[in-house]
Design a protein around this ligand. Structure first.
Ligand code: DGJ
Length: 709
């Protein structure tokens, strides 16, 4: 029997994959780099599986597509059916292709005529991408094959003892959930036609509870923006697996000869530096993409919480003028500008300017915004339709709903809206045509692409329609980007219900949450940042009293929190007093000065014991920014020291408290350096000894700016 070892390695991450004869390969190691020169025989012997008593006799290793026949009692890597009956493929490898950092394996199952292709690549940052595809290569009369699921899996050490996933709700996305390693199969799923506010985001297995700056962990995320599964299997007689795949409904993918199902790509991330190391790998990968935004991330003013549906051209023009005065660079007109849209009960799908509100159309506003030197952005919700719309009246057949169910519209309605079936060529052409026309006519620079409801029992061509819908949405985004290469698109879904790496292939920013409350935002942005670097995460200063929580916070606190992302305002700044307006102007300058560091640096989270602290650092080559905030009262009268990781130990840094946003309020006497607002120290001292923090009051924040000298 031939034995081969594939060794893929990049940026400190290695994958060792063995292949015996023509069996599907199995992974011997996914983790830290091992360098070259590995003897397969010795490695195979070192890692050969012990056959415990009471299990299958053969000492099989788990393949890249584990199934029952491998002696695997966890969730299979895929589930197939023929004629309604489960089908167990017998894969025979027909070819492998090894490139630098990549491996492709083709395997055939004679009985069904299926070809399975598994592509694995270690890409920038050491992120391992795994992609599975199935093609039905049977004769024309061969039986169709139902794909119930096709999920990518990789083994993690059985020494992992904690599992991190996420849940959340509207205005409180991405709440981390850490549990002791559960026994058996753990499956977290999204069944909403979008990842959802309670998106599991990832499955991360760690040795010890996950920490920001230290510890070894292995995680998986699916680059897919609709229904999904993330999974972990801990069985006592096999390796532990993590994995992810698209959640398909029965009958959704039925392959007939000649057809292919390509599963979404899954990103597997290993870190020896805790969650910060995990994030750094994904950020490196994202930043290495050719389409990653390279221009400075503009300071935004979005009109939503400023005016909601109350569109008055004169007032909005005045708002744009004030925006330009204070230093805003992108003005975004949110919901409410199109045919009959006076509230959220009508008009989705009619992407034509409402002349009763905008008698001269949007051209005067767009032109004024451009003349003021700002970009012009416009809100759309392209996947949705209101029953009270011209398009729904003309084409009721374009809805992504079971017509029988639509007879009882109340049971399907969500924010009084419905879903448009973009897999229908007519519906697709309608939406593309209307958006494209407006982009051309108004010179739109930026689209806020919203998606405000779950998909419920979607039906397309008599089948479950979630998969086809997502593919059509990606195609629509791709087409708009192709026609308008400079156009930027933001992924919004009632806030942060769609912020995955799938949608990020076609978008340039996410709207992290509908909560602009900085207390909530400290955590929502922190955890959104596990995958997305700050330049991709929309973070706006909202009104003094938050519209989503009723909490009142200081402007300095809101601005410090906004500075941690792609910053902006979502507030009627015409109502600001002189002092507030001046502070916004100072903040705009500060944001522009610091964004090159925040938007390219490595994100670090200095460890502090008191859970009332939130400290986030952005560490570049010659400078760093650290935002220090409190989300509650501190426990101790004498606060902890802040030790900043990631600095160059051998260089001296000038550390300044940037007070442009206003002062952070604190009790008692502040540490000398904080009072002075400036200090010079070597990197080694800042990272090992630390800075004595002031005892901040609750809901206060300050910005530290470090420059190497
Ligand atoms: C939900 C979004 O998350 C908000 O920011 C806003 O755009 C509204 N939709 C508009 O309807």
């Amino acid at each position: 029997m031939t034995r081969r070892l594939f060794h893929l390695e990049r940026d400190g991450v290695a994958l060792l994959i063995a292949q015996m004869g023509d069996a599907l390969p199995h992974v011997l190691h996914w983790g830290g780099a091992v360098s070259a020169g590995i003897d397969l025989d010795a490695l195979a012997s070192a890692l050969s599986r012990q056959s415990p008593p009471g299990t299958l006799d053969a000492a099989w290793q788990l393949s890249l597509a584990p199934q029952e026949g491998d002696g695997w009692s966890g969730r299979p890597g895929m589930q197939l059916r023929r004629g309604g009956i489960v089908h167990h493929p017998r894969w025979v490898v027909t070819g492998t292709e090894e490139g630098e950092d990549r491996l492709r394996v083709d395997a055939r199952d004679e009985a069904s005529g299926l070809l399975l292709t598994i592509s694995i690549g270690v890409e920038a940052g050491g992120v391992v991408w795994v992609e599975h595809a199935l093609v039905h290569q049977g004769e024309q009369d061969a039986a169709p094959v139902d794909v119930d699921w096709l999920e990518a899996t990789l083994p993690v050490p059985s020494t992992t003892d904690s599992l991190l996933t996420f849940d959340g709700r509207w205005a409180r996305e991405k709440r981390p959930v850490v549990t002791a390693m559960p026994a058996g199969a753990t499956v977290r799923q999204s069944r909403r036609g979008r990842p959802g506010h309670d998106n599991p985001v990832a499955a991360i297995a760690s040795i010890g509870e996950p920490r920001w700056g230290a510890g070894e962990l292995w995680g998986v995320h699916l680059a897919w923006s609709s229904d999904l599964t993330v999974r972990l299997d801990r069985v006592t007689d096999a390796v532990t697996l993590i994995g992810a795949g698209e959640l398909l409904r029965p009958g959704e993918i039925r392959l007939v000869p000649g057809e292919e199902y390509r599963a979404p790509r899954a990103a597997f991330v290993h870190s020896t530096d805790g969650l910060d190391g995990f994030a750094a790998r994904v950020h490196t990968w994202l930043r290495a993409r050719p389409q990653h935004p390279s221009s400075p991330r503009p300071l935004v003013l979005n009109t939503w919480e400023a005016v909601y549906f109350d569109h008055d051209p004169a007032r909005l023009t005045a708002l744009a003028e004030r925006a330009a005065e204070v230093g805003i660079e992108r003005f975004v007109l949110d919901d409410g500008w199109f045919l009959g849209r006076r509230d959220d009960s009508t008009s989705l799908g009619d992407w034509v300017v409402d002349r009763t509100v905008w008698p001269e159309g949007l051209t005067p506003l767009a032109d004024r915004v451009h003349a003021l030197g700002m970009q012009f952005g416009l809100w759309f919700e392209p996947e949705m339709v209101s029953l009270d719309s011209d398009v729904a009246r003309a084409h009721p057949e374009w809805l992504l709903h079971d017509p029988g169910h639509l007879e009882h519209p109340a049971s399907l309605s969500w924010r009084q809206q419905y879903v448009l079936n973009l897999a229908d060529p007519g519906a697709y052409a309608h939406v593309l045509g209307q958006i494209d026309a407006l982009v051309n006519e108004l010179g739109i620079d930026f689209i806020k692409w919203d998606h405000n409801r779950d998909l419920v029992e979607s039906v397309h061509a008599g089948r479950p329609g979630g998969h086809a819908q997502m593919i059509a949405v990606y195609a629509l985004l791709r087409e708009l980007k192709t026609r308008h290469p400079a156009l930027e698109i933001e992924s919004c879904s009632s806030g942060g219900a769609r912020t995955d790496l799938g949608i990020l292939a076609f978008t340039d920013r996410v709207w992290a949450s509908d909560s602009n409350d900085p207390v909530e935002r400290q955590d929502i942005q922190r955890w959104t940042g596990l995958l997305l670097p700050p330049e991709l995460v929309g973070a706006h200063v909202g009104p003094t009293t938050s519209h989503s929580s009723g909490r009142t916070t200081a402007l300095s606190y809101r601005m410090a929190t906004s500075l941690m992302g792609s910053a902006g305002f979502e507030w009627d700044i015409l109502s600001c007093d002189e002092e507030e307006t001046a502070a916004i102007g100072r903040f705009a300058k500060l944001y522009k000065e610091l964004r090159p560091v925040v938007h390219t640096g490595r994100v670090v989270h200095p460890e502090l014991r008191d859970n009332a602290w939130r400290a986030t650092g952005f560490v570049g080559q010659d400078a760093a920014v650290v935002v220090v905030a409190t989300v509650a009262s501190l426990q101790d009268a004498r606060a902890e020291r802040l030790r900043i990781p990631g600095l160059d130990r051998d260089r001296r840094y000038r550390v300044r408290v940037r007070r442009e946003i206003g002062d952070a309020r604190h009790g008692w006497i502040a540490p000398e350096w904080f009072g002075a607002g400036e200090i010079e120290l070597p990197g080694a001292v800042l990272s090992e000894v630390g800075l004595q923090l002031p005892t901040l009051w609750p809901l206060q924040a300050f910005v530290l700016h470090l420059e190497a000298i």
